[in-house]
Design a binder for this molecule. Sequence first.
Ligand SMILES: Nc1ncnc2c1ncn2[C@@H]1O[C@H](COP(=O)(O)OP(=O)(O)O)[C@@H](O)[C@H]1O
Ligand SMILES: [Mg+2]
Length: 305
Amino acid sequence: MTAPASAPATIALPDYREQSPAVAERFTKLKQRPVVLSVRGLGKTFDSPEGKVNALQGLDFNVYRREFMCVIGQSGCGKSTLIRILAGLEQPTEGELLLDGNPVHGPGPDRGMVFQSYTLFPWLTVKENVMFGPKMAGRSGTGVEQEARQWIEMVGLSDFENSYPFQLSGGMKQRVAIARALANQPRILLMDEPFGALDAQTRAQMQEYLLQIWKNIDVTILFITHDLDEAVFLSDRILVLKAKPGRVDEIIEVPVPRPRSLDQAIEPEYLATKHRVSELIHPRESRKGEGISIPRLTAADDVVE
Ligand SMILES: Nc1ncnc2c1ncn2[C@@H]1O[C@H](COP(=O)(O)OP(=O)(O)O)[C@@H](O)[C@H]1O
Ligand SMILES: [Mg+2]
């Protein structure tokens, strides 16, 4: 029997919490690793001319060594505030954060930042940009230059080490920004929608690059995004934030096996995870149009079904 044409197509998806034995084992091992970042009861209230804005409240979570965690949530739910606090650019009003068990207050080279906007120094070459952090830390000599070259090679830009930022595409600039952040050998890389300004194809390429880099070095990544596919593709776990005030809604263990490839975007476990995140951040959309009334602007017999 065929379903009536008007019935919505339904695909039976597995439960996003179901994990294959290999994936379950990966999470067991991940949680046995040391905690790099621990966020405890974190809250932030801004004083603004319109009154107090409670941007974050009672955030509690851990990020394990070499974990890739994405934070997702609607615009205004406090993602940038969270990452700015983690970077030490903003002070929390409640709670604390620990890096390798030690409380952090201000900015430090143990946390590398990559922002959405291009933040390279325009008057420095690619190599000079990458060497900037180590030089600021008082290092000098050929060792620093050799290391910078390695980072530049890792992001595939060896032919451009003497170019200036204005000579690079958006994707290339962000690759330099990643190399520059990694050159300080941070314990954690904090990324705030770093690929948000790139076109879809470059963005997908950058996601693959980032996973390759992450695989090859000992770094933990906290990555902010509002893109569902980006979160599912990149993450070990996705931290979903709820808005007003920003708080943890759910931490999802992504059941998609690694190594990842873009072809997995049609796998049932990928779709199930994406559906769950979508349900959390766009609750109305996931109710299949309930409550949204779209007026019909055509005569009934014109309708092509
Ligand atoms: N400096 C500030 N002063 C007052 N309110 C702020 C400030 N920064 C952020 N906010 C408010 O905090 C909330 C979270 O903002 P933000 O962290 O930028 O969210 P997101 O990055 O998720 O879009 C918003 O309501 C925003 O208006
Ligand atoms: Mg933001």
